[in-house]
Design a protein around this ligand. Structure first.
Ligand code: 2HA
Ligand code: ZN
Length: 274
């Protein structure tokens, strides 16, 4: 099969384009990665090149040894993924030590994988070790969530509770909550480690004054998660623009009733009395 016809590549391109259309990917903002299944990589094997140069990832991800990933390119625009995928995205293979990668397909006009490759691979590794089904990591510059990082305390408890209160579906969609990383230099090992620590507990990490990192089992779930979090953030921004306090909200008891009926467990640390 041609790489471009493979359903996982089509799904990846659609998600990138959906993010662009939401306005979360100005210029070269954001990045997306997908851990490719064995049968999927076999289906496109004929088009993969084997002579790419091995390059350092910058971190070690032993549990990712020998795996293949579809990732966006560094400096590439989500806006162009649909129109020119072979220029914008690439398939990479990780070596047996989990220390190096090589490009097997894509980035035909040169370039390298996303600048956030260390964060993506570390997060995918953390998730894989917890649940083999997790395959997608997505980073976007969602406007309202970024805005909130200027006015809410940068604490997991505060962000989770405020986002949960803004839409009834939220505790059901992200019952584990969201984590927050204080401002850090993007692209390196330090932010990768901080984010992957949060990913041990949550599927969402918010980077202060920068954006959001999400992980999930497939493109629908991961995009849907980012979309739900950002929608809730938008409602909170609107609410705070009308007045600084709420006249009424979803109460702790309401959350407990919701958890019971929807069969989700909500950690006690988010159900504090205000
Ligand atoms: O430009 O979003 O965090 C890509 C990014 C870096
Ligand atoms: Zn970014």
């Amino acid at each position: 099969m041609k790489v471009l016809n493979a359903p996982f590549v089509q799904g990846f391109m659609r998600m990138a384009d959906d993010g662009w259309q939401q306005g979360w990917h100005e210029r070269n903002g954001g990045n997306l990665s997908y851990r490719i299944r064995t049968e999927e990589i076999e289906s496109v094997r004929e088009e993969l090149k084997k002579d790419g140069e091995w390059k350092e990832i910058g971190i070690t991800v032993p549990a990712m040894a020998g795996e293949y990933f579809l990732v966006t390119g560094s400096g590439k625009y989500f806006r162009n993924v649909m129109r020119d995928p072979e220029d914008s995205i690439c398939i990479i293979e990780v070596d047996q030590a989990g220390e190096k990668y090589r490009i097997c397909w894509g980035l035909v006009n040169g370039g390298r994988p996303t600048s956030e490759l260390p964060s993506h691979l570390m997060n995918l590794e953390v998730k894989k070790l917890q649940n083999e089904k997790y395959r997608v990591v997505y980073h976007c510059h969602a406007t309202n969530i970024i805005a909130l990082t200027f006015v809410l305390p940068l604490k997991d408890e505060v962000f989770t509770r405020e986002l949960w209160e803004m839409a009834t579906e939220c505790p059901v969609v992200f019952p584990d909550g969201v984590g927050v990383v204080e401002w850090m230099v993007p692209g390196g090992r330090e932010i990768a480690v901080a984010t992957s620590e949060l990913m041990k507990k949550y599927d969402v990490a918010i980077w202060a004054h920068h954006g959001m990192f999400c992980a999930g089992e497939d493109f629908d779930l991961t995009f849907g998660l980012a979309h739900t979090v950002e929608k809730s953030a938008e409602i909170l921004v609107k609410m705070l623009s009308m007045r600084p306090d709420k006249l009424q909200t979803i109460t702790v008891q309401n959350f407990k009733d919701l958890a019971r009926d929807f069969g989700v467990t909500l950690p006690e640390k988010f159900l504090y009395e205000k």
